[in-house]
Design a protein. Structure first.
Length: 302
């Protein structure tokens, strides 16, 4: 039972280190335990050598083998969705700047019409500049590309005869059917801890996602305060989706006290990975849920 503060929190699983054939069963188990969501990663290609600094580690080193197998997130999420009923299906993060918005919008709609209104589209501008170059794109344009793509995807999802005119993407009025099953549209959550990333989240998204816990949960206080300042300045530019602006934090193995602190800071969702070996994941997520329910009121999907 949660403590008397009554803090509510959604718990998700980060499946970045889970092999895709194990994901559906693990997600189904997580759903039965009360987890609200699962999130899968995205890359198109991993260059053999690159100089880009990875933002998720203090020294910028990429923490995974460079020949780690990559899988398409839409296919993986469809497999998970067909094996579950209510758990939300998310990306952490989808490299939207690498894709045409029409393609992304179509894939998202197809997923929702196969498995229900469960998509949480976490997007990022990308850190691996060599990946953009491999696809023939100028990495210096990735920030403006992701902003245009997000705006165009939202139009395709919500307008009767959407059109778009931008620097990177343009299309005349068109029919885009069917619309997503999530109304008015699936939430788009922007990742990144820079002020620019926060501005994009506020101006183009329905929430903000951070992996910024390498310096400890207390460091999140400063990030959340910065986000509040950005929201105060750009609030009039926020999309009118009618849903709360959510804060999602990626933290692999938070302690109970850290969960409680994040709830105090106004975090809505924490995405965890409380196992070290894949074979231990089912038991680890059961144990973690038991610990979490002592300090927060866990809000499941559905």
């Amino acid at each position: 039972m949660a403590d008397e503060t009554g803090a509510r929190m959604k718990l998700g699983l980060n499946l970045v280190r889970t092999s895709p054939e194990r994901m559906p069963a693990l997600a189904a188990h997580a759903e039965s335990l009360g987890y609200e969501s699962v999130f899968v990663p995205d890359h198109v290609v991993m260059p053999v050598s690159f100089a880009s600094a990875y933002p998720g580690t203090a020294d910028g080193d990429f923490p995974y083998p460079r020949d780690t197998p990559l899988h398409d997130p839409w296919i993986v999420l469809t497999a998970i969705g067909r094996s579950t009923s209510t758990i939300r299906l998310g990306t952490a993060v989808y490299l939207l700047a690498l894709r045409h918005p029409m393609v992304t919008a179509r894939l998202a709609v197809s997923l929702e019409h196969l498995v229900g209104p469960r998509l949480v589209l976490g997007v990022g501008a990308g850190w691996l500049t060599e990946e953009f170059e491999s696809l023939g794109l100028d990495p210096r344009t990735r920030f403006s590309r992701i902003e245009e793509a997000a705006a165009a995807v939202r139009r395709l999802w919500t307008e009767r005869e959407p059109s778009f005119e931008g620097r990177h993407f343009a299309f005349p009025p068109c029919h885009f059917e069917p619309k997503p099953r999530t109304q008015p549209n699936p939430p788009i959550i922007f990742g990144g801890d820079s002020e620019g990333a926060m501005r994009r989240a506020v101006r183009f998204g329905d929430g903000w996602m951070s992996g910024g816990v390498s310096a400890g949960v207390e460091a999140l206080d400063g990030l959340v305060r910065r986000l509040a300042s950005v929201r105060a300045v750009h609030e009039t530019a926020m999309p009118t989706s009618g849903r709360p602006f959510e804060i999602t934090i990626l933290h692999p193995r938070p302690q109970a006290a850290e969960l409680a602190r994040m709830a105090e800071l106004g975090v809505h969702r924490v995405v965890v990975m409380p196992w070290r070996r894949n074979r231990d994941a089912p038991e680890a997520i059961e144990r973690f849920m038991g610990e979490a329910e002592v300090v927060v009121s866990v809000e499941a999907a559905g």
